[in-house]
Design a protein around this ligand. Structure first.
Ligand code: GUN
Ligand code: ZN
Length: 421
């Protein structure tokens, strides 16, 4: 909610698809008292009825806030720790770090810094894998609520092949999850729950099946990992020899739904992609993480020939930063050939909203959506003496994708309200 409606006069960049974006160098964005967009476009075309509303002016480029489709809050402080492979890295660094969040002061401090830094990086919506502990997840939700961000969050679940305090009793894990759902799912329009079984290696079939049932019962999202690295796939298939593929395991457990976000899926067979497509699942592409752990190359062209929605995720802490500017560049680098900037721009914004089935609420500036946007300062040397109005949508998208960074974000708004980082 905002206190009152307003018009923001600013240059507007509005992603429409992976092939198109609108660019209004002298733009106007009208936001109502509920934080809803009533108009976006050229200021010269502003309808009469909006004249006279309170005015704001920004010199920086205004674009939709980023959507981070996959990130781990408890791993915020263990970014950049070299591990030879996914499994070795999890055992050496991630699990010991995640165990620290049993201490509520560690959990509080990390959650505060994590959400503050999301705002500073220009991310306005994030799907977050939370701590393994009920209390720490409660704290994470409290801080998410305080941040004013749009957050989908869940307690991490593991009931086998995990060390010490991270390995839960199956029934307790489900009980805690249900409690957290009852307390937080849709508590406010900005908060919702995602049932979060880590991956098939660290969850028993019993836990996986019940996760599917709980998510169906409460209508929550599901977030888990799939087909990230060759060694991980081999270890999982050894545990589930009766299934044809990793995706077939998730299908049998009832985890493939229209509200499921599958992280990575960089090594799918054609049949597995067809399964994802048939169930309407979405994928979180995490290119920084894939490069860091040497997990593999996301088969972008194959995905683009399907209807599978996908967006970008930072996957902190295998991802080295929360910056979605970095993720957009990594998306190109992992392909090994240059991508038109509209492609990463779309997958970091509207594509993520479509993957989460919230494109009716956020992702770009279509009237009727909530006003989730950021201001990005552009290095004046880029303009070479030209006026903004002389620059094409391609030139603006190019400087945003290939030259900007988190420090260039000067402000962020969710539901039309300025967030305090
Ligand atoms: N697979 C299971 N857990 C994890 C995790 O924490 N990070 C990554 N990148 N992959 C995983
Ligand atoms: Zn992950």
């Amino acid at each position: 909610m905002t206190d009152q409606p307003y018009i923001l006069f600013a240059p507007l960049l509005n992603p429409l698809s992976d092939e198109a974006a609108d660019w209004h160098p002298s733009g106007a964005l009208v936001v109502d008292e509920h934080g809803r967009i009533l108009f976006s476009g050229n200021a010269s075309e502003l309808p009469e009825r909006f004249h006279g509303l309170p005015e704001l002016r920004r010199p920086d480029i205004i674009m939709p806030g980023f959507i981070d489709l996959h990130t781990h809050l408890p791993q915020y402080d263990c970014r950049g720790k070299f591990g030879k492979s996914l499994i070795e890295w999890l055992n050496s660094f991630v699990y010991p770090e995640e165990a620290r969040l049993a201490d509520e002061s560690v959990a509080r401090d990390m959650a505060q810094r994590f959400f503050r830094d999301l705002i500073k990086s220009g991310t306005t919506t994030a799907m977050v894998l939370g701590p393994s502990f009920k209390h720490a997840t409660n704290i994470a939700f409290e801080e998410a609520e305080r941040s004013g961000l749009r957050i989908i969050l869940g307690k991490m679940q593991m009931d086998r092949l995990a060390p010490g305090s991270l390995c839960e009793d199956t029934a307790q894990s489900l009980l805690d999850t249900e409690l957290l759902i009852r307390k937080w799912h849709r508590k406010t329009p900005l908060l919702s729950y995602a049932v979060t079984p880590r991956f098939a290696l660290s969850c028993t079939p019993d836990l996986l099946k019940h996760c599917g049932r709980i998510a169906a019962r409460f209508g929550t999202h599901i977030q888990t990992h799939l087909n990230e690295s060759r060694a991980e796939i081999a270890a999982i298939m050894a545990l589930f020899p009766e299934y044809q593929t990793y995706t077939h395991i998730l299908e049998a457990m009832g985890l493939l739904t229209e509200r499921t976000i599958l992280a990575h899926n960089v090594h799918p067979t054609v049949e597995e992609l067809s399964l994802c497509e048939a169930y309407g699942c979405a994928v979180a592409h995490c290119p920084d993480s894939n490069l860091f752990l040497g997990s593999g190359r996301f088969p972008l062209e194959q995905y683009r020939s399907t209807t599978i929605p996908f967006g970008l995720g930072s996957d902190v802490g295998a991802g080295t930063t929360l910056s979605m500017f970095h993720m957009m560049r990594c998306m190109t680098y992992v392909q090994g050939s240059s991508l038109h900037p509209f492609i990463p721009l779309y997958h970091a914004t509207l594509g993520g909203a479509k993957a989460l089935s919230i494109a009716d609420q956020t992702g770009n500036f279509s009237p009727g959506k909530q006003a989730d946007f950021i201001a990005v300062r552009i290095d004046p040397s880029f303009f070479g003496g030209m006026e903004l109005a002389q620059l094409s949508p391609l030139a603006i998208a190019s400087v945003i994708v290939y030259r900007s960074q988190a420090q260039d974000v000067s402000a962020a708004w969710v539901n039309g309200r300025l967030l305090m980082a």
